[in-house]
Design a protein. Structure first.
Length: 100
C-alpha cells in the first residue's frame, strides 16, 4: 500500500503510526506543502465498517502533528461497509496495480 501511494503521489511522506498504548494506524500519508493527510486502515482478511471508520477517526485525532491538516480517511479491505471514507476493495486495488 505504501508503494501504491508513493507511485500515485510522489510528494507524500508515507508511513505508519503507533503509540505506547498499542494503538496503531496502518497508513499515514502526508503532504506537508498542502497540509493534507490520508489516514487509512488496511485489513486484507476481513471486512471493515462504520465502527472501524469511527475508530480510525478517533485514533487520528491523537496525532498532534495533523492538527492543522485536512484529513481524508481510507479503508482498504475485502468489503467495506462505511460512508464518509475513501474506500478501496482488494479487487479494485489489484486491478489498478495491474494497470500501472
Amino acid at each position: 500500500m505504501r508503494d501504491y501511494f508513493l507511485f500515485r503521489n510522489p510528494e507524500l511522506e508515507v508511513g505508519q503510526w503507533w503509540n505506547r498504548a498499542g494503538d496503531e494506524i496502518d497508513l499515514v500519508a502526508v503532504d506537508k506543502m498542502r497540509k493534507l493527510a490520508y489516514v487509512g486502515e488496511i485489513k486484507l482478511g476481513k471486512n471493515l465498517g462504520k465502527k472501524d471508520l469511527e475508530r480510525l477517526i478517533e485514533l487520528s485525532e491523537r496525532i498532534k502533528e495533523l492538527n492543522n491538516y485536512t484529513i481524508h480517511y481510507i479503508l482498504v479491505a475485502l468489503k467495506i461497509f462505511a460512508e464518509d471514507a475513501i474506500t478501496i476493495s482488494l479487487n479494485e486495488l489489484e486491478r489498478e496495480m495491474r494497470s500501472l
